[in-house]
Design a protein around this ligand. Structure first.
Ligand SMILES: *[C@@H]1O[C@H](CO)[C@@H](O)[C@H](O)[C@H]1NC(C)=O
Ligand SMILES: *[C@@H]1O[C@H](CO)[C@@H](O)[C@H](O)[C@H]1NC(C)=O
Ligand SMILES: *[C@@H]1O[C@H](CO)[C@@H](O)[C@H](O)[C@H]1NC(C)=O
Ligand SMILES: *[C@@H]1O[C@H](CO)[C@@H](O)[C@H](O)[C@H]1NC(C)=O
Ligand SMILES: *[C@@H]1O[C@H](CO)[C@@H](O)[C@H](O)[C@H]1NC(C)=O
Length: 496
């Protein structure tokens, strides 16, 4: 695998330099990053004329929008090889294509057509352009519509490309992995199997306990060194003491804030901003430098802990530690709390810009994320986020009331026993992992746990710094997927 990788690296980087740089602007705007990862990509960017509303023949009539997708037939055995389809999630589709090199490697081996589809209301797939997030227009942003988009797109592209007999395997990471699961269970007529990497299908359906996420973030730092957790806790405690004394100027200087805080609201914002840096470092604790969601050094948890334990002043140690996330360029002279972090209906963060509006709306409707920190099972200050707080926020921000339980009803949640052909992969370092399926449920509902993996590490391209556990997981996934493709093809050709 490594040899193949080096070969593509040399030939493909040259061919896709144009695309890589053409999209660097939107990358900067959407994520605030300052570095574009050059991976071997040969995708063509295309747009699909998609129905606005799959479920009502009246409200939006036959209105359409342009849905973006990326495609390459570079490796495809035309008309025969499978289709590997990435069910895009909450972001620019190029970000997922750039960070899912495993699919490219697998397509090369299994002669597959590769398609990455962009989720409606994200990236450039905005049904109403800049007006997409007006209350009157945002209602077409649902999981159901997104899945129907993918089902229609797959069906039509198969026809156009002469791929009617090509089995389709869907792939996705995180929410994209949830969508892959849902595609398989709702459209088994279209999709032969799903690789759902780091898909928290249980926790986002309101199952499990609300302390799990931040407990698992904490565990990453504690497992590196127990003293690291203690130092973070001590720093938050000192911050709390200063806040109680209303010593706002000391807080401003300790954290190099652009504006002096002046209220409990500002302190709450500061706590959220700080906690979010730890969330990102735990999720993105990859063994090499990356630029996905945020620019990260190799092993950010280790880097953070070493910084946290360096120096006698815990507050400045905390400031330097969150700088790994917010000051990766070294160019921030001070922290503008309300522009670097925006609180929303997802306590693990919605990011910034248009994509964050869409995710916030989804967190206010179908996707349930009432996760909280409590300073008992985790190292963060108590920051509750209950269903009633969610309701108040969502009513005010989007004029909607969440419907707890709907995702569980609609997408089976913990009752998947009648489903088939789904791999649930999870990395033990990933705070999302325990919100997903960790044990195989049948011969074809297979859990793969990756001991040294962070958030969907298995979807990333193979790398010389990869732990053995992820290399093994990818091999296992490749074998299972090849079996699904073979079985689906035989079924289609009518020979059993
Ligand atoms: C829908 O199709 C009908 C019949 O072709 C056409 O008259 C109408 O303008 C279309 N409506 C929209 C919203 O595109
Ligand atoms: C620890 O602090 C010292 C002195 O401030 C600095 O030289 C060193 O680079 C720091 N190490 C880490 C890992 O941050
Ligand atoms: C960002 O990093 C630079 C370089 O290390 C440092 O001088 C600056 O104080 C940092 N900014 C903040 C807000 O911590
Ligand atoms: C966390 O709990 C400890 C007691 O276990 C308390 O002393 C500390 O002030 C709390 N920290 C915060 C930030 O609430
Ligand atoms: C591994 O990751 C590093 C950091 O992103 C990158 O520089 C390198 O090219 C990657 N590839 C291999 C084959 O190690």
């Amino acid at each position: 695998m490594a040899t193949g990788w080096i070969f593509w690296g040399v030939t493909l980087i040259f061919l896709c330099v144009h695309n890589v740089f053409a999209r660097s602007t939107s990358w900067k705007q959407s994520r605030g990053g300052d570095h574009v990862e050059v991976e071997p990509l040969k995708f063509k960017e295309k747009f699909f004329t998609q129905l606005l509303d799959h479920f009502s023949y009246n409200s939006w009539g036959n209105g359409t929008y342009s849905q973006r997708y990326l495609i390459t037939d570079e490796y495809w055995r035309k008309g025969y090889g499978p289709i590997f389809f990435y069910t895009g999630n909450e972001g620019d589709v190029w970000d997922f294509a750039q960070n899912s090199g495993f699919m490219v490697e697998l397509a090369a081996k299994q002669e597959a057509l590769l398609i990455f589809a962009e989720h409606r209301y994200y990236g450039e797939s905005l049904p109403f352009g800049k007006e997409s997030f007006n209350i009157a227009n945002v209602g077409l942003l649902t999981v159901e519509q997104a899945l129907a988009d993918y089902a229609v797109m797959i069906t039509q592209l198969k026809e156009e490309l002469g791929a009617q007999k090509c089995p389709v395997i869907v792939f996705g990471g995180s929410y994209g992995g949830m969508l892959s699961v849902y595609m398989r269970i709702h459209y088994p007529n279209i999709v032969a199997g799903a690789l759902a990497a780091s898909a928290p299908i249980l926790s986002t359906a309101g199952l499990g306990d609300s302390g799990q996420f931040f407990r698992d973030v904490t565990a990453d730092f504690e497992n590196y060194k127990p003293a690291c957790k203690d130092a973070v806790k001590a720093a938050f405690q000192e911050l709390q003491a200063l806040a109680q004394q209303k010593d706002y100027s000391r807080i401003q200087s300790a954290f190099l804030l652009c504006k002096t805080p002046s209220s409990d609201k500002d302190i709450h914002q500061l706590n959220g901003f700080l906690r979010n840096a730890f969330t990102l470092m735990a999720m993105l604790d990859y063994p090499y430098e990356t630029s996905f969601m945020s620019k990260m050094p190799a092993f950010p948890v280790k880097v953070a802990c070493e910084m946290m334990l360096n120096g006698s002043d815990v507050l400045s140690a905390l400031r330097n530690t969150v700088g790994i996330v917010y000051n990766s360029t070294g160019m921030q002279t001070c922290y503008d709390l309300y522009s670097l972090y925006v609180e929303c209906a997802d306590p693990t963060g919605c990011g910034l810009g248009f994509n964050s509006y869409a995710w916030d709306y989804q967190a206010c409707t179908e996707i349930e994320m009432c996760f909280e920190s409590n300073n008992v099972t985790d190292m963060f200050p108590p920051m509750p986020f209950t269903q009633s707080m969610r309701e108040v926020y969502c009513a005010k921000r989007w004029a909607v009331l969440p419907r707890p339980g709907w995702l569980k009803i609609q997408y089976w949640a913990d009752d998947l026993s009648t489903a088939s052909n789904i791999i649930f992969s999870n990395g033990d370092l990933d705070p999302w992992a325990n919100g997903g399926v960790r044990k195989s449920l049948s011969d074809s509902l297979i859990a793969i746990n990756i001991a040294d993996g962070a958030h969907h590490l298995d979807l990333r391209a193979s790398n010389k710094s990869d732990p053995v556990s992820v290399t093994k997981a990818r091999q296992q996934e490749a074998v299972i997927i090849a079996q699904w493709v073979k079985a689906a093809r035989e079924k289609m050709l009518g020979r059993f």
